[in-house]
Design a protein around this ligand. Structure first.
Ligand code: ADP
Length: 371
């Protein structure tokens, strides 16, 4: 195999969606995949099967690659520091990634920056929780995703599962939010920063169900505030690549940061079909310190709906049904086997009329989920 331009750690759908812009730009990706048939390994020929927690597996895949980036945030920082000392640029670096890996560290750092956050405190005991007060949201500081490791607690009894997890916990005030927003930025090592239009993300059961870009009826001043907040966090934390800042919009029109992700993010998938430059292309451009591409939307509305594993278990057979029913909706399948609730694809519709765009996207996703 020829020398890669970059190594990508992790073979999920995010790595998979980096491959089309890599092909277009003539960039070669080498992948560390969890197995021979995971989502990205199916389409990135230069892949090595290994474990991202094993230093030698990481060394094997980054060999000859000047830049290393990620499909997820779970590579141990101490391994990344070794890779850096051996001459590989990790983007984002371990010093930044910490704030996407550890919610307590993130809260402390954002608090120091004066970024608006829900009231929060580390909780080591039942007494600490009592002192924090109810209702509260308890979160494991590390390893949570898609709402796993998040508990709404209105009394000590509700906290049994959280304490039984035996993991460090953070308590946050239960925010009575109007909706969830997401502000995405791309930042390169030389400091170029570009932010995407702020989107609304709608969750069902802790999992992102659909994303509307831009967020409907968002006060332009609040949108500008969200974008400049995300740009400032990216710069202050020295993030390289895509940073997603998940936000709550409160009933009284304030923004609070929920959490940070330092990789292409589900709330940016609309950009593949809806923006001048997709988040995946800008992630590659950013981590390779290439000039960034425009982040504007190409039409008034884009709606992305996730396809979660449901009644349809043969997605390939259902593909022709959805393409016939919604010929203008863009269908993205991740090459993953269907299990209940698993993210196996997404669809995006774009256009001038939000109701029409929403209904076409929802219809296409329902055909792939429910048949
Ligand atoms: P994960 O790492 O699993 O994505 P999050 O911290 O994003 O966890 O929380 C998952 C969901 O739980 C959020 O999208 C939001 O709907 C809800 N949530 C999280 N924190 C709070 C909070 N402080 N107040 C109210 N709801 C919250």
């Amino acid at each position: 195999m020829p020398t890669p331009d970059l190594a990508v750690i992790g073979g999920g759908q995010l790595a998979r969606m980096m491959q089309p812009p890599a092909i277009a730009l003539g960039l070669r990706i080498r992948l560390l995949a969890e197995g021979p048939d995971v989502s990205a390994a199916q389409i990135v020929p230069d892949h090595v099967v290994g474990d991202h927690t094993v230093l030698d597996d990481l060394r094997g895949v980054v060999d000859g690659a000047p830049v290393v980036t990620f499909d997820h945030e779970h590579v141990p920082p101490e391994h990344l520091r070794v890779l850096e000392s051996e001459g590989h640029a990790c983007r984002p670096g371990p010093h930044a990634l910490l704030y996407a890996q550890d919610k307590a560290a993130m809260r402390e750092r954002l608090g120091a920056l004066g970024a608006p956050c829900p009231r929060n405190a580390p909780v080591a005991s039942r007494d600490d929780l009592e002192a924090f007060g109810f209702p509260a949201v308890l979160k494991t500081t590390r390893g949570g995703y898609d709402g796993k490791g998040v508990w709404v607690v209105r009394s000590q009894d509700d906290a049994d599962e959280a304490f039984a997890s035996d993991r460090p916990l953070l308590a946050e005030e239960l925010v009575d939010f109007r909706r969830e927003l997401s502000a995405l930025v791309a930042r390169s090592p030389s400091g170029e920063v570009r932010s995407y239009p702020v989107v609304e993300s709608r969750q069902v059961g802790g999992v992102c169900a659909e994303v509307v870009a831009p967020a409907p009826d968002l006060d332009p001043a609040l949108a500008a505030e969200a974008r400049s907040l995300a740009e400032r966090i990216a710069t202050e934390l020295d993030v390289t690549g895509i940073l997603a800042v998940e936000l709550f919009e409160t009933g009284d029109g304030r923004l609070l940061v929920n959490e940070l992700a330092m990789r292409p993010h589900n709330t940016g998938h609309w950009s593949i079909d809806g923006a001048v430059t997709s988040q995946f292309e800008n992630h590659l451009r950013a981590v390779l310190d290439l000039p960034l591409g425009g982040t504007d939307a190409r039409q008034p509305w884009s709606v992305m709906v996730n396809v979660l594993g449901g009644a349809v278990d043969d997605l390939e057979a259902q593909r022709s049904v959805v393409l016939a029913a919604e010929p203008d909706v863009k269908v993205h399948l991740y090459g993953k086997s269907v299990t209940a609730g698993r993210k196996v694809g997404h669809v995006t519709a774009v256009g001038d009329d939000l109701d029409d765009v929403l209904s076409r996207a929802r219809h296409a996703a329902a055909l792939l989920t429910d048949g």
